[in-house]
Design a protein around this ligand. Sequence first.
Ligand SMILES: Cc1cc2nc3c(=O)[nH]c(=O)nc-3n(C[C@H](O)[C@H](O)[C@H](O)COP(=O)(O)OP(=O)(O)OC[C@H]3O[C@@H](n4cnc5c(N)ncnc54)[C@H](O)[C@@H]3O)c2cc1C
Length: 328
Amino acid sequence: MRCVIVGAGMSGLLAARSLERAGWETVVLDKGRGVGGRMATRRVGDGVFDHGAQFFTARGDEFKKLVEEWTGAGAAVEWSRGFADADGERPSDGHPRYRGASGMTSIPKHLAEGLDVRAGERAVHVLRSGTGWEVRCESGLSEYGDALLLTAPVPQSLALVGGIVPTYKREDLRRISYDPCVALMALLDGSANLPEPGGVQIKGEPLDWISDNERKGVSEAPAITIHAGPKWSRTHFGDSDDETTAALLELAGEALGKNVASKVVGTSVARWRYSWVTENHTERYFVGVESPPLVFAGDAFGSPKVEGASLSGLAAAEWLGAAHAESG
Ligand SMILES: Cc1cc2nc3c(=O)[nH]c(=O)nc-3n(C[C@H](O)[C@H](O)[C@H](O)COP(=O)(O)OP(=O)(O)OC[C@H]3O[C@@H](n4cnc5c(N)ncnc54)[C@H](O)[C@@H]3O)c2cc1C
């Protein structure tokens, strides 16, 4: 059995590993330059920035086991037990917050080892082929599978298989929604002096989060990531890089009570159209077509965030394995 997986984020990579362990052949296609999706790390000058997911928690035992494996392999480390809020208070609820060892992408890179992952391949068309599925990429590459697993944010997955999935199922999937997030990475020529442990969790508007990637332990140079809140991000999503940079540096200065802009020596803007899930589907995966199997997974299914995405990928793989066993 061969499965084509679209998306090399946490859900796609964990599904691929699980299917491979069960004897399947898999190929993972991703339009990005590397693996990880929203677990994203970028270099700007001498600075290293996590600009998507900043950290993750592990609430359930199933995910705790995975995290143990990643920490054991040196791909993940504990960052802290809580972050300062907008007033500088640092509540600790005792839950470890984890990060990738050299940036959030350390974990997907670890998961991708030994897998057939084709980065830089944007899937643009899906069609039935024989008893399975064919996925065509912009580059001209075509991949065939007995099963298809779609793990991109749901509107992107639906754009690929719109006409294939029955209308009533498409309607269910269209209810899923996400907030956007505009992120600014700013390389500084001096320390940002953020409170320990280097992250301020504002959780609001206009800013949601500010982190110091140097203090976080992933950058050798002072490098801050600023995340705008969902409302600000939606309003300013189409602003130019210059406008976004000026506005977010000013807001960060206000939030931190210091002039951040005067220390900036390099910047980069990232725009996440789909960052956090605001309306999810309660099950961990969604079967779009029973046979040949076409399944949706990702952080919109079951619980959200890194933990939810991971568990969704595993659950989808388990369903595919069971469906195959039944049909055989
Ligand atoms: C700014 C931001 C901050 C966040 N902060 C946190 C946090 O602190 N803690 C936390 O737990 N979670 C956080 N999250 C959420 C977390 O990153 C996600 O829930 C999780 O990484 C989703 O994984 P996934 O595999 O479901 O999707 P993704 O990581 O989005 O993976 C999907 C992949 O599909 C690929 N793709 C899409 N379309 C195509 C196509 N047509 N062809 C080929 N490939 C395609 C994409 O390139 C992507 O790599 C944050 C997210 C963002 C954006």
